[in-house]
Ligand binder design. Structure first.
Ligand code: PEP
Ligand code: MG
Length: 580
């Protein structure tokens, strides 16, 4: 009988895969406290050091095997683990415990692991909380070696669906190189390493299926539906037929879309819609150009600041921004200023010396942090402004909530410009300054923001989270995260209207913009510019080319009129905007 399990789907471009289950068992038994005698201390330390060395050598081998065209962030996962292996926080501290407490190597490592994980668990920041996976992965690998295991490559993984409690980045990369079909893990949310890597590597994955390694049997056929977050074990012929059809249709569609890449992004009645890309790393530029984006609507700069003790200098940032400007060959780039919370800044709580925020999503985040810490903000402003001398750059401020705050930012930008002029450093004197509308207050008061800014961009990821009071990272309440909630739609509409009235462009750069199910509604609401993950550009362009803008305006009016009285607004939405 077919078993169906629900997890969190990682919606990669390939979405569905079928393959035999390959259960990964790391085989590390429960570690319990064991003391050693005085004369065993030196031998135990050496045993520990040998295990660290074996793990390090294995990781280096993995890193050397990463193909040259793999995104930089992927090798960075491995580099982070290599650094952790050398870090005093793990290795030296464990050696200290062996020497001073006469703990066995396994137990010393376990005690140290528990201490570090406790620190991460206390952090409110969801991204940093996921970094505790790094500690677990590194400790797990050393413990595996200590238990007599050899970190080896698994053979014959081609076409298999890997089922594991969790996967280390090294395993994920090795498996991608061996052509695995999909990943299924017990742990992990949308921000987990497996999720991030699966997305970057384009491998279908479902994470967060509790007890997956006991539910599924070695060698049985699994269907992994990364779009729906479902894994089906032992599927019937009918189910298999359905999914095989989906895979074939997907492959055909990808080929079709690729053939249309050079067609204009225009509705059937001749309205041009501008499609921009969201990028996080310079590596994303290639696909942005390949998929013919009109520009970059959101360059997230947080990655420049993560996993390092000090923020990047002005010159270091300038180099990255200039490389992006040049790489984009004349299409505009919107660089968003830093959107971090205080505890994300240095990647380490102890370094920042700050208490964890009571509620980081509502705390000292993004522009609030930048205004409080000008020494963090000014080098970035200078670097962005200086990059604007070399090509079309727009500067965008995240998380604006009030006009006073906006005024403060605008003053700082003016001061920075004057300073650059005094120093005879070049910048675009007319650089467009825009703001993200992602706090409900800003969406309601969008008119006032539109008067002072050159463009607006709607950040639906945060706008939805704040409007509906649903933490976007919290698995328990994810089902309440509803882009079509009438309150969200009213705020989006209000922002579009405000920008139109002020005569400035408005874009949307949250995930909603890159989901083709919403494209028609957004166009009907008056949106003419959208920014999305570059892999979503082709499909969105195709939707746009098949729609009639004036017809969508009528449908949108109908939708808004009936929204509150209709008992099933989702059915109404599908009927009006995605009829089959
Ligand atoms: C958003 O909030 O919609 C957005 C694009 O910004 P981020 O996801 O980086 O918070
Ligand atoms: Mg945001």
């Amino acid at each position: 009988m077919t078993l169906s399990c629900q997890g969190i789907g990682i919606n990669t471009s390939r979405e569905v895969a079928i393959g035999e289950a390959y259960l990964l068992n790391h085989g590390v038994a429960e570690i319990s406290m064991r003391e050693i005698s005085e004369d065993q201390i030196q031998g135990e330390i050496e045993r520990f050091q040998d295990a660290v060395k074996t793990t390090t050598n294995h990781l280096r081998e993995v890193r050397d095997q990463i193909p040259g065209d793999t995104a930089l962030d992927i090798s960075e996962f491995i580099d982070t683990h290599l650094l952790m292996l050398e870090d005093v926080a793990i290795s030296q501290a464990a050696i200290g415990l062996i020497r001073e407490n006469r703990y066995s190597a396994e137990w010393a490592l376990q005690v140290r692991r528990d201490e570090l994980v406790r620190v991460f668990d206390e952090m409110d920041d969801p991204y940093l909380r996921t970094r505790k996976d790094d500690v677990d992965h590194v400790v797990g690998q050393i413990q595996f070696v200590l238990a007599g295991g050899q970190p080896t490559n698994h053979d014959n993984l081609k076409g298999r669906v890997i089922v594991a409690r969790d996967l280390t980045p090294a395993e994920t990369i090795m498996m991608k190189n061996q052509g695995v079909a999909a990943f299924v893990t017990e742990f992990g949310g949308p921000l987990s390493h497996t999720a991030i890597l699966a997305r970057s590597l384009g491998i279908p994955a479902v994470v967060g299926i509790h007890q997956a390694t006991t539910l599924f049997r070695q060698g049985e056929t699994l269907v992994v539906d990364g779009a729906q977050g479902v894994v089906l074990a032992d599927p019937t012929e009918r189910i298999l037929y359905h999914y095989r059809e989906r895979i074939t249709a997907r492959q055909k569609r990808e080929a079709d879309l690729r053939r249309q890449v050079d067609l204009p992004t225009m509705t059937m009645d001749g309205f041009h819609i501008y499609l921009h890309a969201n990028i996080e790393l310079p590596e994303d530029i290639e696909i942005t150009l390949e998929n013919r984006a009109d520009g970059v609507g959101l360059f997230r700069t947080e990655f420049l600041y993560m996993n390092r003790p000090d923020p990047p200098s002005e010159e270091e940032q300038l180099e990255v921004y200039l490389a992006a400007v040049k790489g984009l060959k004349g299409i505009p780039i919107t660089i968003r200023t830093l959107d971090l919370g205080v505890d994300k800044t240095t990647g380490s709580m102890s370094d920042s010396g700050c208490m964890p925020a009571v509620n980081p999503a509502l705390g000292l985040r993004a522009i609030r942090l930048c205004l409080k810490e000008p020494e963090l903000f000014l080098p970035q402003l200078r670097a962005i402004l200086r990059a604007s001398a070399e090509g079309p750059v727009r500067l965008m401020i995240p998380m604006l909530s009030g006009l006073q705050e906006l005024q403060q930012v605008l003053n700082l930008i003016e001061r920075t410009k004057s300073e650059l002029s005094r120093q005879h450093l070049q910048y675009d004197h007319l650089i467009p300054i825009g703001g993200m509308i992602e706090i409900p207050a800003a969406a309601i008061a969008a008119k006032a923001f539109a008067k002072q800014l050159d463009f607006l961009s709607i950040g639906t990821n945060d706008l939805i989270q704040y409007t509906l009071a649903v933490d976007r990272m919290d698995e328990e309440v994810n089902f309440l995260f509803e882009p079509l909630h009438p309150a969200v739609l009213y705020l989006i509409q209000n922002t579009i209207n405000a920008a139109d009235q002020a005569g400035i462009p408005v874009s949307m750069c949250g995930e909603m913009a890159g989901d083709p199910r919403y494209t028609r509604l957004l166009i009907g609401m008056g949106l003419r510019e959208m920014s999305m993950h570059p892999s979503a550009l082709l499909e969105t362009r195709e939707v746009i080319r098949h729609c009639h803008l004036t017809d969508l305006q009528v449908r949108t009016e109908t939708y808004f009129r009936q929204l509150e009285s209709h008992t099933d607004s989702n059915a109404l939405f599908e009927e009006l905007f995605n009829p089959h």
